[in-house]
Write a protein that binds this ligand. Structure first.
Ligand code: NAD
Length: 487
């Protein structure tokens, strides 16, 4: 394998926090695990490796803190969340650099993720004050009916490595705003953003036990303790469909509330009447963001045969212009994949497509370390792995279509349904197609629809529930109905 592209790196600071955060205090553990930089596999940090005993202790703290936090006034919770938001933004550069080092996200893009992550905290700081029940008319003069919204209880949250900050705040901010306490287990590749975020929560005045972070190399023992603990009332998970399905079963034994944000396989449909230049720019943004490692990345690009050649010619220019390099260089657009396993999956998908007759127009090879060159494939056909599994890499497979009904059938013909995109200037077609797409999120002439105030989530094997907006808050609230006879 060739060497990764070279760069002059500045002296890097030690990560500020590497211990676990339990019951409002930093905790060293008997063993640690390594976080390595995907850029050159250098050691970024040795991080506390918690086990079952610490998980049990964290559960006790979460239960104790819940008694107080659930009764803390909305104004006080809101003020702490607001200070947390300010603190995150004040540390944007540090968090982004940490992200670039722990998982290879280009630092300019990582700065965008920190702002997006902070956006959830800002939004739920405001929404904390708007959690209210309803009155219901009664058919009887002597009865009054109303509802209260109550926090579900202590929460166990599990997050993936591909958004080390935003997946944390998208869960933790609404949970805290609702009055829940949270135990977070970050992905083993990316515990450092989560640890710095909880550090900032504490500095913002977050009380002990309200938000705890348990880094660990093996997620199973810690998760078993917390999922089997009936006092933990909610499990919120973002990650692969395979793991999400397993956790769904485990959570049944304690009847937990559940949110599952799982995998996707997004179709990107470019109709004959599309603005081709805008579509090219947005496919590139959707496909190559985070080196293709997002759950809403375009995975199948369907282009109408009338505009196929024009689209491909302009798309190739855009892809050839992408800057691959050191994630710490602000000019870099594509960094390394997170690790060797991720690279192997991308290689296997491209090799399989090539063997089945697909043409590689650009890329199609590793480019040193865990880098994979931005790649465009044409001649992709049903049955190829790339159309059936998430590639999670910088590979754009292009297919053609001629008929709206045909492309909708193809787009829906997968077991998942997270995000889909349609490019058209015809308003009627935009409505028709968005209604026919079996997806939780549809972008019409928009390749990046996610925003904190809107619902994010999928149908079918893409999961259960929604994050963001008031939907994300209600995932952490139970409805209590009260009927009062007034005499
Ligand atoms: P993953 O399922 O391997 O891991 C996710 C998390 O689950 C990690 O924290 C991991 O430690 C933990 N985990 C793994 N096995 C576990 C087990 N047996 N018990 C308890 N915890 C366990 O997924 P990943 O590779 O980290 O993330 C990529 C996946 O996440 C992709 O499928 C992507 O589409 C999905 N994703 C979905 C969304 C969404 O909002 N829908 C967002 C980002 C990523």
């Amino acid at each position: 394998m060739t060497q990764p592209p070279t760069s002059q790196r500045h002296a890097l600071a030690e990560p500020a926090r590497t211990q676990a955060f339990i019951g409002g205090a930093w905790r060293a553990t008997a063993s640690t695990f390594e976080v390595r930089d995907p850029w050159d596999r250098s050691l970024v940090a040795r991080v506390a490796d918690v086990g079952e005993a610490e998980a049990r202790e964290a559960a006790d703290h979460a239960v104790t803190a819940f008694a107080t936090w659930s009764r803390t006034s909305a104004w006080e919770k809101s003020a702490i969340l607001r200070r947390w938001f300010d603190a995150i933004l004040a540390h944007e550069g540090e968090l982004a650099e940490l992200m670039a080092r722990e998982m290879g996200k280009p630092v300019t893009e990582a700065r965008g993720e920190v702002k997006y992550a902070a956006g959830f905290v800002e939004y739920y700081a405001e929404e904390a004050k708007r959690i209210h029940g309803e009155t219901i008319p009664s058919q009887f003069a002597h009865k009054r009916l109303h509802t209260n919204l109550k926090p579900v209880g202590p929460v166990y949250a599990i997050t993936p490595w591909n958004f080390p900050a935003a997946m944390v705040t998208r869960k933790v901010a609404p949970a805290l705003a609702a009055g829940c306490t949270v135990i977070l287990k970050p992905a083993e590749a990316t515990p450092l953003n989560a640890l710095r975020l909880v550090d900032l929560w504490q500095q913002a005045g977050g009380p002990p036990g309200t938000f705890q972070v348990l880094p660990c190399l093996d997620p199973v023992p810690v998760s078993r303790v917390l999922i089997n603990d009936a006092r933990i009332r909610k499990l919120t998970f973002t990650g692969s469909t395979e793991v999400g399905m397993r956790l769904y079963g485990q959570a049944a034994t304690t009847m937990k509330r559940l949110s599952l944000e799982l995998g996707g396989h997004a179709p990107f449909i470019v109709c004959a009447d599309a603005d081709i230049d805008a579509a090219v720019a947005q496919v590139a943004a959707s496909k190559f963001r985070n080196a293709g490692q997002t759950c809403v990345c375009a995975n199948r690009i369907y282009v109408h045969s009338d505009v196929h050649d024009a689209f491909v010619a302009r798309f190739l220019l855009a892809v050839e212009g992408l800057r691959v390099g050191d994630p710490l260089d602000p000019a870099t657009q594509i960094g390394p994949l997170v690790n060797g396993d991720a690279l192997d999956k991308v290689v296997s998908h491209v090799d399989d497509a090539r063997a089945g007759g697909a043409k590689v127009l650009v890329g199609g090879a590793t480019s040193g370390g865990s880098f994979y060159a931005p790649t465009v494939l044409t001649g992709v056909r049903g049955g190829m792995k790339i159309l059936e599994e998430e590639t999670f890499g910088p590979v754009a497979p292009i297919l053609t279509f001629t008929d709206e009904a045909e492309v909708l059938r193809a787009a829906n013909n997968v077991p998942v349904g997270l995000a889909a995109y349609v490019w058209t200037r015809d308003l009627g077609r935009a409505y028709r197609m968005s209604e026919a797409l079996d997806y939780g999120i549809v972008g019409i002439n928009d390749g990046v629809p996610a925003t904190p105030q809107a619902p994010f989530g999928g149908v079918k094997n893409s999961g259960l529930g929604r994050e963001g907006g008031h939907w994300g808050l209600h995932e952490f609230l139970d409805v209590q109905y009260v009927s009062t006879v007034i005499g």
